[in-house]
Design a protein around this ligand. Sequence first.
Ligand code: NYM
Ligand code: MG
Length: 239
Amino acid sequence: MADSSPAPSAARGAFIVLEGMDRAGKTTQASLLRAKLAAQSSRPVELIKFPDRTTAIGTMIDAYLRSATDLDDRAIHLLFSANRWECAARIEAALAAGTTLVCDRYAFSGIAFSAAKPSLADAFEWCATPDTGLPAPDVTIFLDLSPETAAERGGYGRERYEREEVQRAVRAVFARIGGQQEADLPDAPDAMLGRARNWRVVDAGHSVEEVAAAVWANVHEAGLADGTQAPLGRLWAPS
Ligand code: NYM
Ligand code: MG
């Protein structure tokens, strides 16, 4: 071949999700991760976040989170899922075009914040079902933070859910999703649990630099530093 440029890679972009508690530093870590990925390869990297408050559905979600409106627990749950679905085609197209996506919250936040509500405590599978078929993350990095450390960080904001007792309940659902305690979610199909979904836990109670290093180590170990050859999975199909 006369052309000495590297062979075009068949790899698609990687779909990397950051999940976690409010105040865990997801937004900071997402932008640091984007910068690190961009420095490591010439592959384009984009940040996305859920909820995406810029759409019509996102406007309704935003009003609910600001407590400007009230909605039935199941109705708001479905809006959060619909907000992912309205972006699904764009996510798939970006990945296929080679762009790596760093995503600040995804379907696991949807399950955790809803199943933490008393009205949906026994409805884990119902909570997971609307996201069935969405593009599956290649890795989900859970930034774990205790409510005590969150309080040391200046406490929560004013949005709905930003209260210590709610955060404790949400953290407990995240722990059940990500943990290995099978007995904790006897009704949940295995494919919905973290152990089937390349779920990695990072202790977010350290310095920004330390957490960033741990996040990067996980992305690197997962083989996602420069896209991936693996076919894109679907929630909640076994991967
Ligand atoms: N949240 C987020 C949900 O309750 N369900 C979802 O599906 C998603 C994606 O929205 N407290 C909650 C978690 C947060 C709140 O998110 C706003 P952020 O990242 O603070 O904008
Ligand atoms: Mg928030």
